[in-house]
Design a protein around this ligand. Structure first.
Ligand SMILES: [Zn+2]
Ligand SMILES: [Zn+2]
Length: 223
């Protein structure tokens, strides 16, 4: 006999229904409310990752998704563009006035590039992002270190902390290793840490976890 299941754990059927509800919401919910779908997705993913997603929560999330305003509903707010230059919510790069999407989020106005359109920033030919390098010799056991490259700076990542690498030789060694195969180093990061090497989001979809990158970033980077 199998062990007694925890009664509060979500059933496979309900998990599938939730996935379907998210897919439906992504397709049908009005643009001005899409950030609510994405926020809920992040919450649900986070709970699932921590094993805290209960069956009741799953059903609640499905009802919540169904309550979001859909495209074509009577009160529809068109996405607006930004009147002032502002940093992108997704990538942190400045967006010229009129070039980004302006949205109301939790009481403040946020600006972002349309999804998948954040420009790729290069440092010495390497796209900004998160990378993992296996320093092991040919047949040795794995010896993986994690790095982040942002704002023209290179950081060593230890847990969730970033330590800037300032020593020139050290920096050159790491950059050379990444430069040899940026795609491979990014995907290794994603596979090992379960977070997309390009955007940093947690990877929950099985295919994305296997590949080490999310679908939007995969398309954007051509990886
Ligand atoms: Zn952006
Ligand atoms: Zn990503």
């Amino acid at each position: 006999m199998t062990a007694t299941t925890v009664t509060t754990a979500p059933t496979t059927e309900h998990i599938d229904a939730l996935k379907e509800a998210f897919a439906k919401a992504k397709a049908n919910v009005a643009p001005h409310a899409q950030h609510r779908v994405e926020r809920l997705r992040r919450v649900a993913n986070d709970e699932a990752r921590r094993g805290r997603l209960t069956d009741a929560t799953v059903l609640g999330y499905i009802r919540l998704l169904e309550s979001f305003p859909v495209t074509g509903a009577s009160v529809q707010v068109q996405p607006r563009t930004n009147a002032y230059a502002q940093a992108c919510q997704r990538c942190g790069q400045m967006i010229e006035a009129g070039k980004g999407l302006l949205e109301r989020s939790e009481g403040s106005w946020i600006v972002s590039h349309p999804e998948g359109e954040c420009p790729v920033v290069l440092l010495e030919g390497i796209p900004e992002g998160r990378y993992a390098i296996d320093w092991a010799s040919e047949d040795g056991p794995e010896r993986i270190d994690f790095y982040q490259l942002f704002g023209g700076k290179l950081y060593a990542q230890a847990s969730d902390e970033l330590h800037p690498i300032i020593e020139t030789a050290h920096m050159a060694k790491v950059l050379d290793a990444i430069k040899a195969d940026p795609r491979g180093a990014s995907l290794l990061y994603g596979i090992k840490l379960g977070a997309c090497g390009v955007c940093g989001r947690t990877l929950t979809n099985q295919e994305s976890r296997d590949l080490g990158i999310g679908p939007v970033c995969r398309q954007r980077m051509g990886w």
